[in-house]
Ligand binder design. Structure first.
Ligand code: GDP
Length: 531
């Protein structure tokens, strides 16, 4: 029988990271902590752990270790426990991959766990960068339940504000789960795409793709998947609305396979969690999977390091002025600090957590509401801090200089083929987003494109869809430096405008040969680069 990595880790009272290291040393490939292992691998792991514990001074003698495979007797009955349930109800600390095995588990597996715990302490103690909470974004097709799922989590996992009153929407919130803090980004519509990857850096660590069980995969589901993949963030699929009589979870799983997300049950590595935002069923499992994924990602940030953050949302409040939500990514922000954003700066008059409580400072993975900007910053903008006004001004002038230099360089420079496409001896990738009027056209174009590929140039169609390109396409193209090719569909003025702003190449064709010519030009690289 097969066993999942995280289940085995739990049963053997070692952390997931440790098991993954052992798997690496064994040359066993895995995709995530929820990948399954066969019995031989499990035996090999147990053997290695036994050897390690034997080699440790505080560990049992060789004969003891050899005579009893560690934890086998206690672990065996648990191996079948499939869906994760929060076992450590008392564990309210943030997820740490180096977490010491819980007392109960330690007692159950005896000597092994203590020996492993000793093993894990690094011999030379360099100051470790602490773990930070994961930042999660929820994406998916309209009406599939993103808002409802966020609302459910907010209602059940956010400590109610003391003074009563409704918590304002600020673009993010912090949930307290049995596995620690999880930060959810809660921005409307396409802004979710902007915040997943802003200015070249990811804001979100994990993407939840919501798919309604009665509707399955829809165009914006594909779009969301493409965004998560372009940003290279791990994704978890939440199949929502399983309470509905017409819910068909199996169909969604099959459909996922067709977009190359093969659920674990089908032998793939995509984590799929059935949930209901209405009844709350499965939501605990989803949170647990988020924590597991975060643990695997080994997310860390130094609260003592230099502050950096990203604007999640901003608005102008009639009474209090500009109120911006900033995600602290690194370092700590304090009331009284100067914040530099865009090409302006401001002094922080007040800080509030996402629930609206006044706070004095905030560390990594904390969304804070900042009062003190003189004008509303743009979401996605990077924020830096300065301890005094002089430094703040200097930082602003550096930013202005950098922008000017970049602009001048862009005007002057005609990029060489190599600069545009990378070194010539590597396989070059041309990222494309395809939009056409019918499924038939999409497929025909894809077929033609496949034939135009050369050994040196790979055409990567990130997204192919029916209908006019969306703002989401443009954001994806901007993230992935892709070209958008439209066939027999016309981009709206709004979309064209965003493409202009984001300097995304957006081209429309009515004649298929012209589209192919364009692709050939992209392949050859003798096209005037457009920024
Ligand atoms: P969004 O557009 O993805 O944010 O979707 P919403 O959260 O606004 O949900 C769209 C509709 O589906 C609303 O009428 C919700 O009440 C309903 N809905 C969302 N989640 C569930 C669920 O788990 N079960 C049922 N029965 N309805 C749901």
């Amino acid at each position: 029988s097969k066993v999942r990595i995280y289940t085995l880790a739990k049963d053997l009272s070692v952390d997931n990271q440790k098991l993954l290291e052992i798997l690496d040393s064994l040359g066993v490939s895995y995709k995530s902590v929820s990948s399954t292992l066969d019995e031989d691998t499990v035996d090999a792991i147990k053997g290695i752990l036994a050897e390690e514990s034997a080699a440790t001074p505080s560990a049992p003698t060789d004969s003891q270790a050899a005579s009893q495979t560690p934890a086998e007797s206690t672990a065996a009955p648990q191996l079948q426990s499939a869906p994760p349930t929060p076992h450590h109800k008392d564990d309210v600390t943030a997820p740490t991959s180096n977490s010491v095995p819980s007392t109960a588990a330690q007692a159950a597996s005896g000597q092994v766990s203590s020996a492993v715990a000793v093993q894990e302490a690094p011999p030379v103690q360099a100051p470790e960068i602490p773990h930070r909470a994961p930042v999660v974004t929820i994406m998916g097709h309209v009406d599939h339940g993103k808002t409802s799922l966020l609302d459910y989590i907010r209602k059940t996992k956010v400590a109610a504000k003391e003074a009563g009153g409704i918590t304002q929407h600020v673009g993010a919130f912090e949930a307290q789960t049995s596995k620690g803090r999880i930060v959810f980004i809660d921005t409307p519509g396409h802004e979710a795409f902007t915040t997943i990857r802003a200015r070249g850096a990811n804001v979100a660590d994990i993407a939840i793709i919501v798919v309604a069980a009665d509707d399955s995969i829809m165009p914006q589901t594909r779009e969301a998947i493409a965004h998560a993949q372009a940003a290279k963030v791990p994704l978890i699929v939440a199949i929502n609305k399983i309470d509905l009589p017409q819910a068909d979870v199996e169909r969604v799983k099959t459909d996922l396979t067709s977009v190359n997300l093969v659920p674990e049950e089908y032998g793939g590595d995509t984590v799929v969690v059935p949930v209901s935002a209405k009844t709350g069923e499965g939501v605990e499992d989803l949170l647990e999977y988020i924590s597991l994924t975060a643990e695997l990602e080994d997310l860390r940030a130094d609260p003592k390091g230099e502050f950096s953050g990203v604007v999640i949302e901003s608005k102008v409040d009639k009474q209090s002025g500009v109120l911006a939500t900033v995600m602290v990514q690194q370092g700590t922000v304090n009331v009284g600090d100067f914040l530099v954003v865009g090409e302006t700066y401001g002094k922080i008059k007040a800080l509030m957590d996402s629930a609206g409580n006044r706070i004095k400072s905030a560390g990594p993975s904390t969304p804070v509401q900042v009062l003190g900007f003189s004008e509303a910053p743009v979401s996605g903008d990077k924020v830096a801090s300065a301890s005094n006004e002089h430094t703040a001004r200097e930082k602003v002038s550096v930013r202005v200089d950098t922008r000017r230099t970049v602009e001048e360089a862009r005007q002057k420079r005609k990029l060489s083929l190599e600069e545009m496409m990378g070194p010539l001896n590597e396989v070059r990738e041309v990222n494309l987003i395809l939009r056409a009027d019918t499924q038939g056209s999409v497929e025909a174009i894809q077929g033609i494109l496949a034939k135009r590929e050369t050994p040196e140039v790979h055409l990567n169609v990130m997204l192919a869809g029916i209908g006019a390109p969306t703002e989401g396409d443009v954001l994806l193209a901007s993230t992935a430096e892709a070209t958008i090719l439209c066939f027999s569909v016309v981009p709206s003025g709004a979309v064209k405008k965003v493409a202009d702003q984001k300097e995304v190449d957006l081209k429309s064709f009515r004649i298929i040969y012209e589209l192919i010519d364009e692709v050939d030009r992209l392949i050859k690289g003798n096209i005037e680069p457009v920024f």
